[in-house]
Structures are given as C-alpha cells and as structure tokens.
Design a protein around this ligand. Structure first.
Ligand code: ATP
Ligand code: MG
Length: 338
C-alpha cells in the first residue's frame, strides 16, 4: 500500500498542512474555541471568527505561544480534526514531516514529535525538518548545495533568522516578534493619539490593507470604542502615524538580522551579499518591511511569493523529491510496532 504523507507547519497564528494524496495545502487559523473547559466548540478559521466576540462560556485561544506548543491538549484535538477532515477518518499509517524552529530547547522540539505521536492519528513515521530549511526549499533554493543563504521568516509571534549552508544550519535565532507586534503597535498609536480602543482584528486589517490605502492617499478608517465616552466611534488615522509605528517595531527585526550578519563566517557573508536576504513568513507581505531591511543592512531582499506557506511548500518538496529526504531527521528511531 502506498502511504500518504502530511507536511505540517504549525505556526503560532496559522496551521499549514500539505496533504500528499491531494497535493494541496490547507491553511487555517491555529485556533480553538472550547466550551465549559473541555468541549471543543470550533477550530481553525471558524474558531477565529469567534475571537474577540465570544461569550464568557466559550474560550477562544491559540494553542501555540511564541512558536512553541503551549497547550498540547487543544493542539492535539485541532490537529486530529484537520487530519480526519482531510482523510475522511482514514489517516492511519501516514507519514508526517513536521517543520520545527531551530533556536528552541530540545524539550520544546520534542513536543512537536509527541504531539503527532499522541494525537490519535496513528502515524507510521514522524520526521522533523528545521523550519528555515523548509522555508528555503519552499522558496526554490536548493538548500543541499546552496552556500550561505540568509532566511528571515517573520510570522505571527516570531521571527526566525537563519543562515543555511550545504543542507545544514550555521546560525539561527528566534525572536519573539512577528505580525502581532505590528498589530499591537497600531493599536497603541491609535489609543495614544486618538483615545480610541480598537480590536486586534481591526488593527491587523489596517496593517494588511495599508499599501492599498497609501496608494489611494487616504487615511485609514477604523471603528472602535472611545476611551472617554465609552461609545462606538469611527476615526480616520493618517497613514504616516502607522508607518512610524511599523518602522519602530521593525527596528528590532532589522537589528537582529544585523546581529546574525555580524556573526556569520566571512565566506558565507560573501554569498549572502551576492544573493541577498530571503524574506518569508506571512509578515513578509507587510508593506515597507522589505525596504526597512534593505535600508538597515544595505543588502538586497528577495520576497517569497507565498510567504505564509513557504515552509509547507518546502515540506511538500521533501515528501515528493527523494533527493531532499536527507534534510528530514527522526527525533526517535521509532520502531514500526512501537
Ligand atoms: N498582506 C499582509 N501584510 C502584512 N501582514 C500580513 C499580510 N498577510 C498576512 N500577514 C500577517 O502574517 C502573519 C501570519 O503569518 P504566518 O502564517 O507566517 O505566521 P505563523 O507561521 O502562524 O506564526 P509563527 O511563525 O510566528 O509561529 C499575521 O500576523 C498576519 O497579520
Ligand atoms: Mg511560521
């Protein structure tokens, strides 16, 4: 029986699952809505729809925090539901390729393995792939022969900055800063300058549509609650205020990219200089971020075409092309009957 395989990139904000039998990637919010402590009410995008709107008896949360699994129980049930949905309940015996951040503890890394092993999906094999290698493959880099590739993955709660060479990772740093920090910065500036409280979803929407708004030379129109009157109001926010908030937040990312560059062996620096930085993760699409990195490092920036899904595309390449299997490793040589 030819086996099916899944490539799983568990993000703090979004879960991306590559499913070999249909050669497709599912990308949904990595969220869960739970009622009365343990009754699963919704998961994925439908749980996100309830976020910031649910009544008190429904708790909507993210099972991952800062790129690592914080709530293994809920993460298991979310994964189990997605896999069962994709396979109509016939998932037993599948192979799993899971992308993992590099700069985390062994215990945190192992939790990704345990998650698959214990979530009831009955895996045949569980293999790990460092996320930056998966990202590199997903962006079309031949990571096995390529020397000195700098990958910057800016996600929802994390940014992972890694230097790859010859199928391995030379340096990697995970910082707790991603798209959510930009949303927070927008919320803060709106609160400070306009006395207006806006929700996370509104701030994210402003961030995502910022380029479009700027192209039209219009202010960003937001709805929220007035801090003084407590009433719902509409306000127009000049985009330069938002741009400043973005630049301030981006400076941490730029500084950390510079730090990694300072630590990179000189021969690899030369390669990075020639090829430029590879920018991916959903926040790679944030307007001005690439310009700010170019300004801070004087390097060229290559933006991913599918930033949210580059790691999942990379896992798909590992699954489909035996040539790339060697970038995957097993945490435990799990025997077939274990
Ligand atoms: N067009 C866009 N402009 C700006 N930001 C965007 C855009 N599209 C998506 N994002 C942001 O991308 C982030 C999600 O990216 P991604 O799915 O790569 O994160 P993740 O993998 O879940 O998180 P992490 O890697 O930190 O664990 C969100 O913060 C979202 O607001
Ligand atoms: Mg990610």
């Amino acid at each position: 029986m030819s086996s099916i395989a899944f490539g799983i990139d568990l993000g703090t904000g979004n879960i991306k699952i590559y499913f070999s039998a249909k050669d497709m990637i599912v990308n949904e919010k990595n969220m869960v809505a739970v009622m009365k402590k343990d009754i699963l009410f919704a998961y994925g995008d439908s749980a996100y729809d309830m976020y910031e709107k649910a009544p008190q008896n429904i708790r909507v949360s993210y099972p991952l925090v800062n790129g690592v699994i914080a709530d293994i129980g809920n993460m298991s049930s979310v994964l189990n539901h997605f896999i069962n949905e994709l396979t109509d309940g016939h998932s037993a015996g599948a192979d799993y390729y899971v992308s993992v951040p590099t700069d985390v503890t062994e215990v945190e890394k192992r939790a990704f393995y345990d998650l698959i092993k214990d979530s009831g999906v009955k895996p045949r094999k569980i293999m790990m792939v460092e996320k930056s290698l998966a990202d590199g493959l997903g962006m079309g880099i031949d990571v096995k022969t390529s020397q000195g590739a700098l990958i910057v993955d800016v996600g929802f709660e994390t940014t992972e900055i890694s230097v790859l060479s010859l199928g391995g990772i030379v340096l990697s740093k995970l910082i707790k800063q991603g798209g959510r920090k930009f949303d927070d910065a927008i919320r803060s500036v709106v609160r400070r300058e306009f006395g207006l409280v806006i929700g996370e979803k509104t701030a994210e929407q402003v961030k995502i549509s910022l380029k479009e708004i700027e192209d039209k030379h219009e202010p960003a129109v937001v709805y929220g609650r007035d801090l003084v009157t407590g009433l719902p109001v509409e306000r127009s926010i000049p985009t330069d205020l938002i741009d400043n908030a973005i630049a301030e937040t981006a400076s941490t990312i730029v500084d950390n990219v510079k730090l990694i560059l300072e630590r990179t062996p000189p021969e690899l620096s030369a390669d990075i200089y020639r090829k430029g930085i590879y920018l991916t993760g959903g926040t790679a699409a944030l307007t001005h971020l690439d310009e700010l990195i170019v300004k801070g490092t004087a390097l060229k920036v290559n933006k991913s075409e599918n930033p949210q899904e580059s790691a999942a595309y990379g896992l798909a390449r590992v699954i489909k092309d035996h040539n790339f299997r060697s970038v995957a490793y097993s945490i435990n040589e799990m025997s077939e009957d274990a």
